[in-house]
Write a protein that binds this ligand. Structure first.
Ligand code: AMP
Ligand code: MN
Ligand code: MN
Ligand code: MN
Length: 284
């Protein structure tokens, strides 16, 4: 398959913190010219069958997908999994465990917000969560915007939901090793999501990429909605340096919030190996 393929291998539905159903996302991807699509909900593969069926109806190629939250060097990092068997029991159970702490964390976030005069945030956020097992900061952000506390979700994150802010609760997610093993054990390829977002030092980043490779990780997102063009250039170099395949995905969440729409991204730089070349037998 050619590198100039309109692949969009990163987005979110109502099954995690997106606002569209898997079917609506599939239709939007198709309308935007996507040729190969993956739905990658956070820590959750409950939307895979629907996404797969919708892609098939629209005659669009599909790879199974997930975005797993891990803790590495004290920070939250996201690992995308592509082309795995979504019925694999270890992966299903591992993701269930990862989701487990979210409700408790959300209640603590709500208590933190109550201390600065914002009441009822847990119940409020829950109203925006299509999947109550997957209550996330995004749902709190939507509640705080809709109730007029902030003007947009980025203001909410800046003032309330990031480190040292009143609604932030540190959380221990899965380990890098577990996430990569779940994905590769289920026949998929593990990809480091949006590496420019983490704010790692050079040493931390070296550790992340080295350990990721040692555990069997094989890809990195180079073209993503959360990278500037300078970030894309930088991580194209990193992909070559670590001999990783490159992925491309919008990280689309919502027509109202996302600045990068499905399928509207720069092409992968030509000298890189597209991650879908590693997955030709997993494409449906
Ligand atoms: P959680 O998994 O509950 O920690 O929520 C993380 C999600 O919050 C990410 O997947 C993004 O969708 C969203 N998010 C994180 N940081 C920001 C930000 N600065 N602005 C808007 N959304 C953000
Ligand atoms: Mn998200
Ligand atoms: Mn992410
Ligand atoms: Mn994402």
């Amino acid at each position: 398959m050619e590198p100039l393929l309109n692949a969009d291998l990163h987005c979110h539905s109502v099954v995690s913190d997106g606002t569209l159903t898997p079917e609506a996302l599939a239709a939007r991807a198709k309308a935007n010219g996507v040729q190969l699509w993956a739905l990658t909900d956070h820590d959750e593969i409950g939307g895979q069958e629907r996404a797969m069926a919708a892609a098939k109806t629209l005659d669009m190629k599909y790879l199974t997908g997930v975005e797993i939250s891990i803790t590495f060097a004290g920070k939250t990092v996201h690992i995308v999994g592509l082309g795995f068997d979504h019925t694999n029991p270890d992966m299903v159970q591992g993701l269930r465990n990862t989701r487990g702490g979210r409700a408790e964390r959300a209640k603590e976030m709500s208590e933190g917000l109550a201390k600065v005069g914002i009441h009822g945030a847990y119940e409020g956020a829950l109203q925006y969560a299509g999947n109550h097992e997957l209550i996330s900061r995004t749902h709190f952000a939507r509640f705080l915007v809709e109730s007029g506390v902030c003007k947009d979700t980025s203001e909410v994150f800046r003032k309330y939901l990031t480190e040292n802010k009143p609604g932030f609760v540190p959380h221990r997610w899965a380990s890098l090793e577990n996430a990569v093993n779940w994905i590769t054990g289920a026949g998929g390829v593990a990809v480091i999501a949006h590496p420019a977002r983490y704010g790692f030092t050079a040493n931390e980043e070296y550790a992340l990429f080295t350990e990721f490779k040692n555990h069997g990780g094989r890809g990195v997102e180079v073209i993503t909605g959360s990278h500037s063009s300078a970030d894309a250039l930088q991580y194209a170099e990193t992909a070559l340096e670590y001999e990783l395949a490159a992925s491309r995905g919008s990280d689309f969440h919502s027509p109202d919030e996302s600045h990068t729409d499905l399928g509207t991204l720069p092409w992968l730089p030509g000298q890189l190996t597209p991650v879908w070349e590693l997955l030709s037998d997993r494409i449906q």
